[in-house]
Design a protein around this ligand. Structure first.
Ligand code: SAM
Length: 250
């Protein structure tokens, strides 16, 4: 059987395309792309003539079956998305799962990924972290997610569309409080790359005051909640033991 290559492409700066990614995109017999017109420009830039086929959220289930048949027949294929690493808030999950179930070899070809780039420059704890992808677009759903994350102690990241950035920051401010540190990583690897970290109250003001900060693509990196203050509170088990001991006292 053939190999399915999961190939990362740049998130803005074309020089982030790796030599290995270029070799593989040249060598495979077909490239499955989220948007063939969008990827057409990338492939043209690098003079890659491999044919492309569309594999996006709306056709992925049906399409995956046909792609897996070609893999099983011995062809090597590549999957790319519009930007960055496929499957990271991008299509590809159904194809990869189906291909794995069919026993096809899957080979990742790593490269740019906005959340990892943002985290690596944020200066927030990065030993453990959580990725939340896009929050719900509507305010109610978004606020519910933020509430559920308010006590998360790990650093967490989310993707946001530029036209919702300010609303999202305002919800974060209201639900996490003014002190929580958040880093806004905008236009990573591009000309107007901006990485700004501040307590939420200050960050919201800064974005509100400058319409330029509400354009372009962005990642938000949110400091985790402080460890619960265990200064005088005991854990429930210790509390029970203490109650029993106290009851024995004369
Ligand atoms: N697969 C991509 C990756 O590996 O990062 C993510 C795809 S997702 C559909 C697009 C979102 O990623 C954008 O809305 C933005 O939140 C984030 N993003 C993509 N490129 C970015 C960049 N250059 N700077 C900051 N955020 C970016």
């Amino acid at each position: 059987t053939g190999t399915l290559y999961i190939v990362a492409t740049p998130i803005g700066n074309l020089q982030d395309m790796t030599p290995r990614a270029l070799d593989i995109l040249n060598a495979v017999s077909l490239i499955a792309a989220e948007d063939t017109r969008h990827s057409g420009r990338l492939l043209q830039h690098f003079n890659i003539q491999t044919p492309t086929t569309a594999c996006h959220d709306h056709n992925e289930r049906g399409k995956s079956q046909r792609l897996v048949e070609r893999l099983l027949a011995g062809e090597d294929l590549a999957l790319i998305s519009d930007a960055g690493t496929p499957l990271i808030s991008d299509p590809g999950f159904h194809l990869v799962r189906l291909a794995r179930e069919a026993g096809v070899r899957i080979c990742p070809v790593p490269g740019a990924c906005a959340l990892i780039a943002g985290l690596s420059a944020a200066g927030l704890p990065s030993d453990r972290f959580a990725f939340e992808g896009f929050l719900p677009a509507k305010s109610h759903g978004r606020r519910q997610r933020i509430q559920a994350l308010a006590a998360e102690q790990r650093t967490w990241m989310l993707y946001e569309a530029p036209h919702r950035l300010l609303e999202c920051l305002e919800d974060l401010l209201e639900l996490l409080g003014p002190e929580r540190q958040v880093v806004l990583a905008r236009e990573l690897t591009k000309t107007f790359e901006t990485i700004k970290g501040a307590p939420l109250a200050e960050l919201v003001e800064w974005v509100r005051a400058d319409a330029d900060q509400q354009r372009g693509e962005c990642v938000l990196i949110v400091e985790g909640a402080p460890q619960p203050d265990d200064g005088d509170a005991l854990d429930p088990a210790a509390e029970r033991v203490l109650d029993i001991l106290l009851a024995e006292l004369p």
